[in-house]
Design a binder for this molecule. Sequence first.
Ligand code: HGY
Ligand code: MN
Ligand code: MN
Length: 417
Amino acid sequence: MSNPLHINAGRLLGDIADLARIGASDSGGVHRPALSPADIEARAWFRERTRTGGFRPGEDGAGNLSAVLPAADPSARTLLLGSHLDTVPDGGRFDGALGVLAALEVLRTIREAGLILPVRLEAIAFTDEEGTHISLLGSKAAAGLLAEADLEHPHSSREAFAAGLARAGLTPEGLLSARRDPASLAGYLELHIEQGARLEQSGTDIGVVTAIVGIRSFWLTFTGEAAHAGTMPLPDRRDALWGAAAFIGRARAAVLADFMPGTMNCGIISVTPGAFNIAPGQARLALEFRHPDTAVLEEMEAALLALAGAAAEEHGLQLAVTPVGSVAATPLAADMIAAIERAADRLGRSHMRLASFAGHDAMSMQAITPSGMLFVPSVGGISHNPGEVTPDADIVSGANVLLHTVLDLAGAADRGS
Ligand code: HGY
Ligand code: MN
Ligand code: MN
């Protein structure tokens, strides 16, 4: 392609740097948990960037924020492109933000090029992708996948979730009413950092995502008996932390032995009463596990919960298992995969197909419209860490492939030159 339309690199990189200042952490990362004051500030910043970009800012009942580039035909279907602005605690500046800001940049570039497409373009920032409260909250709401029961067990707490909703001016009723009409959609595209090292290790520019792993999460509460750390002989203890610790080691061994390339993680543990001189009466553990095959995920659930039960029994403990989240493994749309590959080829970018072991809003959107994802490399595969880095050249390359994928899907690939 002679001189293909390209995004304004300086503007996109400037947006990423500006946004990263909101919730900037001492460690050089970004701390913007969903619906926190920093997230609210980032949402206001995005609305303003939408306005100054010449677009009408939109927001649905789930707090999903939009910039809209109308089509000539008011009844045209909408091609959504976006990701999320919220982060994990002390995370990186690219996870989610890249996809939202690249989407906004694509809309600005197309508008400035005077291209009138047969589809309405909407850059979207989904609420709480990371699950500070509820994983994929905004995209699940948009896909009509959110049920009232899902709001009962937020990862945080019902009080923290209610406070966050109030801070953002959202309500449970609004969340449950945010479903998009699938007939109004032409598809969904998401640019994201890989958060792994396969692209970097293979020297490939673009990852074309074929499927996203299934993910399940539970609270495991081991309850024994608080006791005096000195006077209660070890053999007589019912120490809740011993049960949890025994489980964690055995769960890791079981996944390594029987469920690769699946993963398991215990990212939160709380012990009560919590003192040097008290044997723990209760240990509350966050368990999450993933696998590309939903049938194997089912087997993992049975095996891991059996291990938890056995560890509890061994230490004379009660075990309570509270389901928190469950998302099935999600194959992405073949048409989207092909369009991303054509766009990468058109721009002379190398590409490879790969599965995503990170969850994404595309999992929700695939339920109601053909969805696709493209990855750019993460240095050292580091993510969910302040040290998350993607080189500027890869950011610009990914945004240009996103732009040309949009033009391809809109039947305007030839006008993108
Ligand atoms: O947890 C994930 O895979 C995603 O980053 N929310
Ligand atoms: Mn993400
Ligand atoms: Mn993430």
